[in-house]
Design a protein around this ligand. Structure first.
Ligand code: ADP
Ligand code: MG
Length: 568
C-alpha cells in the first residue's frame, strides 16, 4: 500500500534531523525561511528544541555560546545567501574564540550557482565560508548526510574547538532513499574530542621552570573554563600557591575573592612576575602580546598549556610548551608535583596581596555611592551585590565602559558564569548569548549592556518574551556611544556618537509583554534586578547613567588611530 511504501522511505529532511539527534544535539538556533523552514518545523516535531530568532547573527551567537557552555557544538540554522552571511559573522567569531559551533545553511542549486545564472539567493556559500571557519563541508547526496554531520561535529570539537560550516543545498532535503539504508548511513561520533596527553618530558620541563620561579604567576583563560576541568585547575592553583590572574571569561573558575586571586593587582603581577604559566589563554592583544610596557623590564619565562601546538611561540618564546588538553595536562602536572611542592617565595605572595588589598580599598567607596543620575561605579556596585548574593546567575556583558568597568567591579564565584565580547571585543553578542545561556543552563541571566551594544541585538527581546526566558537585561543608558555629550559643530545633524536623549528602552520590553522598569539610582537598580531574578520574568531595566560618565572606547582608547591634523 501507499502507506507502507512511505514508511520504507526516508529523505534529506529526516536524515539531517536523525543525524543530529543521534549525536546528542538537542537544540537548534534558527531563523526560518526558504529552504529550511520545513526543516525547522520537522525538527521541532521530532523533539528537538528549535529556538527561532529575529536575525541570524543572534541565532549564531547563541549557538556559539551554547558550544562554549556545553562542549557540544551549538547548531545554527539559516537560509541561503543573506541569512548565511548574517550567520557567518557569528561563525567567524566562534572560530576566533575557539567555541565549537556548526552553521548549517540551506543553499541554492549548484548547477545554477556554478554557472552564475542568477538563482534565488545565489551565492557560492561554501567557498565564502571556508577561510572564515575551521572547516567547511557540503553534502550533495542524502546518503552522505550522516558522514557530513559526523565530520562537522568532529571538526568543531576536536583539538582547538571552532566553527564549522555545513552547506545543504535545497534539493538535498527532498531527496529520498530507502529508510533502512538511510538509518545505516548515519554515524554516531565516538569520542568527538579525544584527550591529548602531554609528553612526560614537557611536563617535567614545565615543573622545573615553575619551581625555579621567584615571582610566579598563573594566567587562566577561557580555554581553561571551556575545558571543564574545574576541580583539577583549582587543585593545581592551590597546591602551587601561585597567585592567579583570570582573563575575563575565566573569572569565577576560582572565585575572584580567593586569597590567591591577583585580579586587583593585575598591572603589578604582569610587570613583576618572572615565570608565567598560561592555562588556556593566548598572548594576543588582550595580554599585550606578552611584551612591552605592560610586562615590565625584567625577563620573563613563559610556560603555556594549550591544545593547539601552533599557539606556542606565537608572540614570544615559550620556554616550556605543554601541548595537550587542559584536563590531561593539569592532571599530569599535579602528579609530577608530588606531595611536597614548595610554596612560592613569601615576599612575592605578600607583595601581591598587599597591592591587591590597597586597590580594593581604593575602589570600595566609589562602588557605594548612591548618586542620581548614576555613574558607572554606583550602578555596578549594585550589580556586584546581586552576583555576590546569587552566584549561580549568568552574567552577559558588552559595551565599552560598561564592559571594562563591570569586568573589574563584579566579582564572579563560579566557572563559566561570565560571558562577554571575547577575543574580538565584538559588540552584538548580548541577546544571543543571554538567550542560549538561559536555554542551555536553566539559570537566570543578567545581561549588562551599554546602550550602544544593546542596539546590535535588541530586537531579540521579543524572542526572550516569546520563550518566556529568565533574562534580565540592564541597559546602562548614557545617551550614546562612549558618552552622550558629543556635539556636532558643523551642522544640524546629531554628533556621530550620540543617540536620542533620555530614551526609554524599558518600553521595548513592555511592547512584547515583558516587564519594563526605569531606574535612576543604584538602590532602585538593585531592587529592580532582584525582583526580576526572583520572578524569572523577561525584564528590561533602563538604568539612567550620567551622559558625561565614561571615557572614549572605555579602557582601550589607545587603540584609536589619531589624526595628527585634528587638533591644530
Ligand atoms: P582568553 O581570551 O581568555 O585569554 P583565549 O581565547 O585567548 O582565552 O585562549 C583560549 C586558548 O585555550 C586557545 O588558545 C585554545 O586553543 C585553548 N583551548 C581551548 N580548549 C582547550 C582545551 N580543552 N585544552 C587545552 N587548550 C584549550
Ligand atoms: Mg552608552
Amino acid at each position: 500500500t501507499a502507506v507502507s511504501k512511505e514508511r520504507e522511505l526516508t529523505d534529506g529532511f529526516h536524515l539531517v534531523i536523525d543525524a543530529l539527534k543521534l549525536n546528542g544535539i538537542e537544540t537548534i538556533y534558527n531563523v526560518p525561511g526558504i529552504p529550511i523552514t520545513d526543516l525547522g518545523r520537522m525538527a521541532q516535531a521530532a523533539g528537538l528544541r528549535v529556538i527561532s530568532f529575529r536575525h541570524e547573527q543572534n541565532a549564531g551567537n547563541a549557538a556559539a555560546i551554547a558550544g562554549y557552555l556545553t562542549k557540544k557544538p551549538g547548531v545554527c540554522l539559516t537560509v541561503s545567501a543573506p541569512g548565511f552571511l548574517n550567520g557567518l559573522t557569528a561563525l567567524a567569531n566562534a572560530t576566533t574564540n575557539c567555541f565549537p559551533m556548526i552553521l548549517i545553511s540551506g543553499s541554492s542549486e549548484r548547477e545554477i550557482v556554478d554557472l552564475q545564472q542568477g538563482d534565488y539567493e545565489e551565492m557560492d556559500q561554501l567557498a565564502i565560508a571556508k577561510p572564515l571557519c575551521k572547516a567547511a563541508f557540503r553534502v550533495l547526496h542524502a546518503a552522505d548526510i550522516g558522514i557530513g554531520v559526523a565530520r562537522a561535529i568532529r571538526a568543531a570539537c576536536s583539538g582547538r574547538p571552532g566553527g564549522v560550516y555545513l552547506d545543504l543545498p535545497a534539493k538535498l532535503f527532498s531527496q529520498v532513499m530507502d529508510a533502512e539504508k538511510g538509518a545505516k548511513s548515519l554515524v554516531k561520533v565516538i569520542d568527538p574530542a579525544p584527550a591529548q596527553i602531554p609528553s612526560p618530558e614537557a611536563v617535567k620541563r614545565a615543573l622545573e621552570v615553575l619551581k625555579s620561579a621567584k615571582k610566579p604567576l598563573i594566567i587562566l583563560g577561557k580555554g581553561a573554563a571551556y575545558a571543564q576541568a574545574d576541580d583539577a585547575i583549582r587543585e593545581l592553583v592551590e597546591k602551587s600557591g601561585v597567585p592567579f590572574l583570570p582573563m575575563s571569561m575565566a573569572k569565577g573558575l576560582l572565585p575572584d575573592t580567593h586569597p590567591q586571586s591577583a585580579g586587583a593587582a593585575r598591572s603589578t603581577v604582569l610587570k613583576d612576575s618572572d615565570v608565567v604559566m598560561l592555562i588556556g589563554a593566548r598572548l594576543n592583544w588582550l595580554l599585550s602580546h606578552g611584551k612591552g610596557k605592560t610586562w615590565g623590564e625584567a625577563p620573563k619565562k613563559f610556560i603555556q598549556i594549550d591544545i593547539e601546538p601552533k599557539e606556542m611561540d606565537s608572540n614570544v618564546e615559550i620556554v616550556a610548551p605543554l601541548v595537550g588538553d587542559i584536563g590531561s595536562v593539569v592532571n599530569a602536572l599535579l602528579q609530577g608535583m608530588g606531595a611536597n611542592w614548595p610554596a612560592p617565595p613569601a615576599d612575592w605572595v605578600k607583595a601581591v596581596s598587599t597591592k591587591k588589598d590597597e586597590n580594593i580599598a581604593k575602589m570600595a567607596p566609589r562602588l557605594m555611592n548612591n548618586k542620581s543620575p548614576m555613574d558607572f561605579h554606583g550602578a555596578l556596585g549594585a550589580l556586584r551585590t546581586v552576583i555576590k548574593e546569587r552566584p549561580e546567575t549568568i552574567l552577559v556583558n558588552e559595551g565599552a565602559n560598561t564592559l571594562d568597568l563591570a569586568r573589574g567591579v563584579i566579582d564572579m564565584y563560579q566557572p563559566r558564569k561570565r560571558l562577554d565580547v571575547g577575543t574580538w571585543g565584538v559588540m552584538g553578542i548580548g541577546m544571543g548569548f543571554a538567550i542560549a545561556a538561559a536555554i542551555e543552563t536553566g539559570h537566570p541571566v543578567l545581561a549588562v549592556e551599554g546602550d550602544s551594544a544593546f542596539g546590535f541585538s535588541g530586537m531579540e527581546v521579543e524572542t526572550i518574551c516569546r520563550y518566556k526566558l529568565p533574562v534580565c537585561v540592564v541597559i546602562f543608558n548614557n545617551n550614546g556611544i562612549y558618552r552622550g555629550t558629543d556635539v556636532n559643530t558643523a551642522g544640524d545633524d546629531p554628533a556621530t556618537t550620540v543617540f536620542v536623549a533620555d530614551s526609554r528602552y524599558d518600553k521595548m520590553m513592555e511592547a512584547f509583554g515583558g516587564v519594563g522598569v526605569n531606574v535612576t539610582s543604584p538602590d532602585e537598580l538593585l531592587r529592580a534586578v532582584n525582583a526580576a531574578l526572583d520572578s524569572r520574568k523577561p525584564t528590561l531595566i533602563n538604568a539612567v547613567i550620567d551622559p558625561a560618565a565614561g571615557s572614549e572606547s572605555g579602557r582601550i582608547g589607545n587603540l584609536n588611530p589619531q589624526s595628527v591634523l585634528k587638533k591644530k
